[in-house]
Design a protein around this ligand. Structure first.
Ligand SMILES: [Zn+2]
Length: 287
């Protein structure tokens, strides 16, 4: 009994701490201000911004599909490795969908400022390791340029774009489940992910209304890139041949990315190499 008396306070404290930790939501918008301060500590200063967009996703998926998909990946990752997940973020590059109903395309200046100031505000709140989790194909060049531009001026935070890679565990099953030969925007993978997240949001009937096939209307352009390339190929803003939702495929795609994102979160929590290299770089820049 004596021993118990000695160990009880420690055990009690551990239990309370664990309870406090597990009661902390990883969704920033759900946290109270005092709990947010605890969440910043528990996350080791790591915040994930899942970036989506509001745009047409074929005739059958919701406008916010990229938002649902990137956030679902972030939620699964944060369950494995705690990080603060930024609220729904849908400001990004989407000029190529403005001919279709439902696109919300902000100006270049605004999309840049929104992301820059969001990062600064996160840093001011102690979240100095920021992961950009891109759910929208059209954001790729913008986000990479945003990361490159972090070297233009010294900041007290770091920005890392999540880049999923090969998954030797889930990859073979993912490959075996896929039926489509053409699988791009709003295609088999996205349809399956949305079906896994919420099947009620997939309008399978509408699929027969539009073609997602490549119309290849700029095939004569030699050795050139132009902004209208996407519209030339996919004017319906839909790139897909076979598109039957597969819940298991959707689940695997999300959990596979989430596993890799959790690894990135874990690494950034413990490792300060990026900060150190940036400091070294800027010291040399200003010498
Ligand atoms: Zn999408």
């Amino acid at each position: 009994m004596k021993k118990l008396k000695v160990f009880l306070p420690a055990l009690f404290l551990t239990t309370v701490l664990l309870a406090q930790q597990t009661s902390l939501s990883f969704k920033m918008e759900e946290l109270t201000s005092p709990k947010f301060a605890k969440a910043v500590d528990l996350a080791g200063g790591v915040c994930v911004i899942p970036l989506g967009i509001i745009e047409k996703h074929g005739p059958h998926l919701p406008l916010g599909s990229d938002l649902y998909e990137s956030r679902e990946v972030a939620f699964h990752a944060a369950e494995k490795e705690y990080a603060v997940i930024f609220p729904p973020y849908f400001v990004g590059q989407i000029f190529e969908a403005t001919h279709q109903p439902g696109a919300i395309a902000y100006s270049n200046e605004l999309m840049w400022k929104m992301l820059e100031e969001t990062c600064k505000e996160l840093s001011r709140n102690g979240l100095k390791k920021i992961i950009l989790l891109n759910g929208h194909g059209g954001n790729g060049s913008f986000l990479q340029y945003f990361c490159q531009s972090q070297l233009a001026k010294q900041q007290d935070y770091v920005v890392v774009m999540f880049r999923p890679g090969n998954d030797p565990v889930n990859g073979p099953e993912i490959k075996s489940l896929k039926k489509a030969k053409l699988d791009g925007h709003a295609g088999e993978e996205e349809t399956s992910m949305m079906y896994y997240i919420n099947p009620a949001l997939v309008d399978q009937e509408a699929l027969k209304n539009e073609s997602g096939l490549d119309q290849d209307r700029l095939s004569k352009l030699p050795f050139g890139y132009t902004g209208i390339w996407w519209y030339a190929k996919y004017p319906n803003h839909f790139a897909s041949d076979v598109n039957t939702p597969n819940k298991r495929l959707g689940e695997l795609l999300i959990t596979s990315d989430a596993g890799q994102l959790a690894e990135l979160i874990k690494f950034l929590k413990k490792d300060n190499t990026i900060q150190q290299l940036q400091e070294e770089f800027f010291k040399k820049t200003h010498d």
